[in-house]
Design a protein around this ligand. Structure first.
Ligand code: FAD
Length: 417
């Protein structure tokens, strides 16, 4: 047996990063992506110190074209400041990395370039639809009939993971469906509103009745806005599609401007000037028990959203996916420094032990963060007067309890090393 070939399904966040770690350790990864170029390109995301630390071990933070946050603010939609913090310098001092934001397309391009530089093959338009697993190898089959075989499969194929469905099937379990969390999101990229040009490096959360907005710059001239709200009657049946036709986008823009009429001008400016409005019904999946992260025969494992799809309220989905890659890479044997044959180093029972250790490490933390993210969504988008009071009480507590905020930061950003 030569260098073990590893089939990585999905070229979003976790896929290319685990591929880079594996290549360094002497494996032959190949990344299989259903889309034409890389994964979903729209919108933007923020990366926290825990995710940035993982990228930094691969030398991927230096040329990352991202904006560092200098401050964070929680404010009400009528302008009352609820809490404020300085982030970048404090985070770098404490955790070694800042908090940053960037367009998803930039991150995808950056990771894809790193794959190319490391000579890791990326097969695009390869939509995995079937997995055949036996004692010696595993084969993935694309919708168009193409096949790839290898030593093991890492499912980095996101919330609608085919690898997850296969693993559940291997355990004799029926297919699951995604759960609608009761919150919808509209978002877009816009030119930085004039009033925010001097305040271009701040992350803001703005709270209004039953809703909140996240606003942050992604370059000196552009920003991301995202409105999270409880759907009005009938809206829950809107189709789950990110891409709305131009006509529907204009209808939605009018509705959003009406919903936001009492909100700060910069929020309205951003919504009114966004070229594209993206819509999403926020969904998650049931928490996966540890044994269901790995197939029964032991050659398929899940990473990132495929294992623990996180709602965006904690801003941790990509960061947790990155932590997963770091830990799995730590548990897998380094074939370069090993003098034995890869076949002896990587027997099926050893592979199973690696996957088990990885899952034992990751499942408790990701479960806690999944639950926290869901609770945070319900807290920030209250659906009753009682919920509004609970949200107000939460901000009173964090205002007077700095230690609580610090403890949470340490929990989130203190990992994976
Ligand atoms: C609106 C929104 C905002 C968010 N904002 C943030 C944020 O600010 N910070 C943060 O940390 N997280 C954020 N997240 C979460 C974050 O986007 C995800 O947690 C992260 O992308 C997960 O990475 P992943 O690699 O597991 O999956 P993904 O990034 O979803 O990648 C999955 C890849 O698999 C491919 N794929 C799927 N099926 C197949 C198949 N059958 N065959 C081949 N390829 C396939 C897809 O095309 C895609 O490229 C947000 C999520 C949403 C929905």
């Amino acid at each position: 047996m030569g260098t073990p070939k590893v089939l990585i399904v999905g070229c979003g966040v976790a896929g290319p990063v685990i591929a880079l770690f594996l290549k360094r350790k002497g494996y032959s990864p190949i990344v299989l992506e259903r889309s034409k170029s890389t994964g979903y390109e729209g919108s933007a995301l923020s990366l926290a110190p825990n995710g940035m630390k993982v990228l930094s071990t691969l030398g991927l933070t230096t040329s990352l074209d991202a904006v560092q946050y200098e401050t964070t603010q929680d404010i009400t939609c009528d302008g009352t400041l609820l809490s404020e913090g300085k982030v970048s310098s404090a985070l770098i001092e404490k955790y070694g990395q800042p908090m940053v934001a960037l367009p998803r397309s930039s991150l995808n391009r950056h990771l894809k370039n790193a794959l190319l530089a490391a000579e890791i093959p990326l097969k695009s338009e390869f939509k995995v639809s079937e997995i055949i697993e036996d004692e010696d190898q595993v084969t993935v089959v694309a919708e168009d009939g193409r096949k790839e075989s290898g030593s093991f499969v890492i499912g980095c194929d996101g919330i609608n993971s085919v690898v997850r469905a296969w693993i559940l099937n291997s355990h004799g379990l029926p297919p699951e469906s995604v759960n609608f969390t009761g919150i919808v999101q509209h978002r877009g990229l816009a030119p930085t509103p004039r009033s925010m040009l001097k305040n271009a490096t701040g992350l803001k959360f703005i709270y209004g009745p039953s809703a909140y907005v996240t606003y942050y710059p992604i370059s000196s001239m552009s920003c991301l806005w995202a409105l999270y709200q409880r759907p009005k009657s009938g809206a829950a049946s809107w189709p789950d599609t990110r891409f709305l036709t131009p006509e529907v986008q204009e209808e939605r823009r009018k509705e959003l401007m009406e919903d936001l009429k009492d909100w700060p001008e910069f929020v309205k400016d951003a919504v009114s000037t966004s070229e594209e409005i993206i819509y999403l019904r926020l969904c998650d999946r049931p928490i996966l028990p540890p044994e269901q992260w790995v197939s029964v025969k032991g050659r398929c494992v899940l990473l990132g959203d495929a294992a623990h799809p996180l709602t965006p309220h904690s801003g941790q989905g990509a960061n947790q996916a990155l932590e997963d890659t770091w830990h799995l890479a730590q548990f897998l044997p380094d074939l370069k420094s090993n003098t034995s044959e890869p076949a002896d180093v990587l027997t099926l029972s050893k592979l199973k032990a690696v996957f088990d250790a990885f899952v034992q490490k990751r499942e408790p933390r990701t479960t806690t963060i999944m639950n926290r993210s869901k609770n945070l969504g319900n807290l920030k988008c209250p659906d009753s007067p009682k919920g509004e009071r609970r949200r107000a009480g939460y901000f009173e507590t964090i205002k007077f309890n700095g230690a609580m905020g610090q403890k949470m930061q340490d929990f989130m950003f203190g990992e994976p090393f």
